[in-house]
Design a protein around this ligand. Structure first.
Ligand code: NAD
Ligand code: UDP
Length: 312
């Protein structure tokens, strides 16, 4: 049994990760300030002898001994949420990251950073390979997140080089699934909720921009394999589904799968919205023997079931 700390453990991805780690018999400390995470997400783990929730903001140092592993997930991930308080987002990404790395240094724990495809910005290389340095606007409305996450990768690498900390960096591509908040603001949950309520489906821009959507279970499997991989493999490694869709195709698919009466409407495209995104997952396949198994149709069915039960 390992003692594992998950920062951001009450969020969408974090709650699935905590559940998986508990099911494998580990002791899990879930650290979260409940900004976008909820107690509801971890309700099913409440009272479990191997689960502990700590209400804590990672901008402040956290003291704990005896940790084997740390997953650093704390950070709002939806553009709506990370732009709500941009300065706080940067502090979480940078100061929070230093605090988690300090914790890893003191305890000797192995630490993983939940980095992002946003590292590549509005990419000019397609699909995106890990060796691509990206095309990021440093002064735009997405920069608090993109540059915060880029700085976090730098910090991870420097702690590794200077202090020999065991690190793992994964670059997560658009992930969806149950426990996203109905008002999360990201595209899959927006469209699914709008479809279930027969409300207009809001495409920003022309809908010709692309994304590649990964179901949550595939991501969790990739995260566990990366954490368990040999210490010499530190990443960064892309974890995403390489099946690429336009946003218009996604809207049409959601309407078809749900049988909704919703109509598609077009709204202004936010600034700096990346035009295309698709991971090259050659490295993950080779090093982790991992690739996604759940395609969009199946994932959307599961999302619809979840939000139906949620009584949207
Ligand atoms: P989420 O918003 O559901 O989860 C983030 C969690 O972090 C929430 O529980 C929130 O309360 C917590 N948090 C935020 N700031 C904090 C702070 N200062 N101290 C403590 N807790 C804090 O988002 P998610 O989709 O679950 O994303 C989790 C991580 O994965 C994030 O770091 C995100 O950048 C990364 N990621 C997600 C995606 C995706 O498609 N979901 C893609 C790339 C990267
Ligand atoms: N998007 C959209 N309608 C929505 C929400 C998002 O058309 O209701 C678009 C958004 O402009 C972007 C894509 O969907 O082009 C993915 O947006 P999301 O916020 O999910 O993630 P990110 O832009 O960070 O990849």
């Amino acid at each position: 049994m390992k003692t594992i700390l998950v920062s951001g453990g009450a969020g969408f991805i974090g709650s699935h990760l905590c559940t998986r780690l508990i099911s494998e018999g580990h002791y899990v400390i879930c650290l979260d300030n409940l900004f976008t995470g909820t107690r509801m997400n971890i309700m099913h783990l409440k009272g479990h002898p191997n689960f502990e929730f700590v209400h804590h903001d990672i901008e402040l140092p956290y003291h704990r001994e005896g940790l084997d592993e740390i997953y650093n997930l704390a950070c709002p991930a939806s553009p709506v949420h990370y732009q709500f308080d941009a300065i706080k987002t940067i502090k979480t990404s940078v100061v929070g990251c230093i605090n988690m790395l300090g914790l890893a240094k003191r305890t000797g724990a192995k630490i993983m950073q939940a980095s992002t495809s946003e590292i590549y910005g509005d990419p000019t290389v397609h699909p995106q390979v890990e060796s691509y340095w990206g095309n990021v606007n440093p002064i735009g409305i997405r920069s608090c997140y993109d540059e915060g996450k880029r700085c976090a990768e730098t910090l991870f690498m420097d702690y590794h080089r200077q202090n020999h900390i065991r690190i793992k960096i994964i670059r997560i591509f658009n992930t969806y699934g149950p426990r996203m908040l109905p008002d999360d603001g990201r595209v899959v949950s927006n469209f699914v909720v709008q479809a279930l309520q027969n409300r207009n489906i809001t495409i920003y821009g022309t809908g010709e921009q692309t994304r590649s959507f990964q179901y949550i279970d595939d991501l969790i499997e990739g995260m566990i394999r990366m954490m368990d991989s040999e210490d010499t493999f530190i990443g960064p490694v892309n974890i995403g589904n390489p099946h690429e869709f336009t946003i218009r195709e996604l809207a049409e698919k959601v309407i078809a799968v749900s049988g909704s009466k919703s109509k598609i409407v077009f709204e202004p495209l936010p600034h700096d919205d990346p035009k295309q995104r698709k991971p090259d997952i050659t490295l993950a396949k080779e090093k982790l023997h991992w690739e996604p198994t759940i395609e969009l149709d199946e994932g959307l069915h599961r999302m619809l079931d979840y939000f139906n039960d949620y009584r949207i």
